[in-house]
Design a protein around this ligand. Structure first.
Ligand SMILES: Cc1ncc(COP(=O)(O)O)c(C=O)c1O
Length: 393
């Protein structure tokens, strides 16, 4: 479950508390912005996709020098592609509207045999949340494996699946393994670098059997910040990588795909086939460039805020957080003894009683550039209040 927290605007608190004691009734309110007359400050922790471009990003979008990207003539797109290629240590990258498209293009490129199985984790985004595009469009089919901690897969199982197709008339040939870093469904866990770097076992496996490795790097920059490592080192032995600009990097739209060598001409053709060609896309690339510029600083702050929240006073009979899972910007709260929906509902409710007691009136919670340290503190205060109330009830 994802979480939004309603907090009253601090300046109004004393007056509201006074009013609350005078006026009984209509104590509970819900909604956003203003809840039945109580001005609210929303701490929106549903996802890192809810960010709005700040002034610097908007300015760079307004001032972007553009051209027709369909002709390869948009200078800002070219600048972004070159900057990202350097960051990822790949020959070239290709800017596109979404990470779903970047992943799909990679699958279409690597899986040349129709019906080719794509080995991936059963909870990864590509398997669960991409509308089966690899089957619908790429003619490949997902072969899901159980996700192990940190988004890793069982190597013996991977090898067994790859090896059995060799020389077999019945088993389809495995051409691709897909990994995700950071791993979204496990709460932003980071793939251990040994899984990806030389002599990575996945890489050796891929090399021995000619299988390619694609990395869904929608949150690759979060992983890089968590590992204190250049993204290029993480993707060094991957055969393709995607990167999304509209999560923690804060851009409104955009992603890209990159591969060490070759690939981009074919990827460009595939992008056209999927309807992903863009014209003056520089206005979007400009936002992505701003997102990349301050990525390290902003994402580090997001991770610190998530840690601060996770280490706050969440421990209660109702809620608990496994601190070892908090590696990036996501906190997963385990809820026992009441339905998570109920807790979410309560966290989205503002009451004058709450204002009177706490001075400020937020389950999967994801930190992003629009959430400050102060918001994190307010969210913790709200959480503590709700837990106290639940224990009393
Ligand atoms: C790991 C991962 N891969 C891919 C995507 C899809 O990105 P987009 O919405 O840009 O298509 C997401 C989006 O949430 C994601 O979390």
């Amino acid at each position: 479950m994802r979480c939004t927290i309603f907090v009253a605007a601090p300046a109004m608190l004393r007056r509201l508390a006074r009013a609350a004691t005078q006026q009984q009734g209509a104590l509970w309110a819900r909604g956003s912005g203003s809840q039945a007359g109580i001005p609210t400050h929303v701490v929106d922790l549903r996802s890192d996709t809810v960010t709005k471009p700040g002034p610097a990003m908007r300015r760079s979008m307004a001032e972007a020098v553009v051209g027709d990207d369909d002709y390869g003539e948009d200078p800002t797109v070219r600048e972004l592609q070159a900057t990202a290629a350097e960051l990822l240590g790949v020959e070239r990258t290709l800017f596109m509207p979404t990470n779903t498209m970047a992943n799909l293009i990679s699958v279409m490129y690597h899986c040349q045999c129709r019906g080719s199985p794509l080995l991936l984790g059963q909870e990864c985004h590509l398997h669960v949340q991409a509308q089966g595009g690899v089957a619908q469009i790429a003619g490949a089919h997902s072969h899901p494996l159980p996700d192990l901690p940190h988004g890793t897969l069982d190597l013996a199982e991977l090898e067994g699946l790859v090896a059995r197709s060799l020389g077999s008339r019945s088993h389809p040939v495995c051409e691709l393994i897909c990994l995700e870093d950071a791993h979204s469904s496990s709460g932003g866990w980071v793939l251990p670098i040994e899984c990806l770097c030389q002599p990575s076992l996945v890489h050796l496996l891929a090399q021995s059997y000619g299988v390619q490795v694609h990395l869904d790097g929608a949150r690759l920059m979060n992983a890089a910040v968590a590992l204190c490592m250049p993204p290029a080192r993480i993707v060094e032995h991957c055969d393709s990588v995607s990167l999304r600009f509209s999560k923690g990097l804060g851009a409104p739209v955009g992603a890209l795909v990159g591969r060490p060598k070759g690939f981009t001409e074919e990827a460009w053709r595939l992008q056209k086939a999927l309807g992903g060609g863009m014209c003056q896309a520089g206005v979007l690339a400009a936002a992505a460039l701003v997102g990349l510029t301050d990525a390290e600083e902003v994402l580090l702050k997001d991770h610190q805020n998530a840690q601060r929240f996770a280490r706050g006073e969440l421990a209660s009979p109702v809620c608990s957080v496994d601190l070892t899972t908090v590696e990036t910007n996501t906190v997963r709260v385990r809820v026992d003894g009441l339905p998570p929906e109920e807790l979410c509902q309560r966290l989205q409710t503002m009451s004058a009683d709450e204002v009177a007691q706490t001075g400020h009136a937020v389950l999967r919670a994801v930190w992003h550039r629009d959430i400050s340290a102060q918001d994190t503190k307010l969210a913790l205060g709200k959480w503590a209040f709700v837990l106290r109330a639940l224990r009393m009830g």
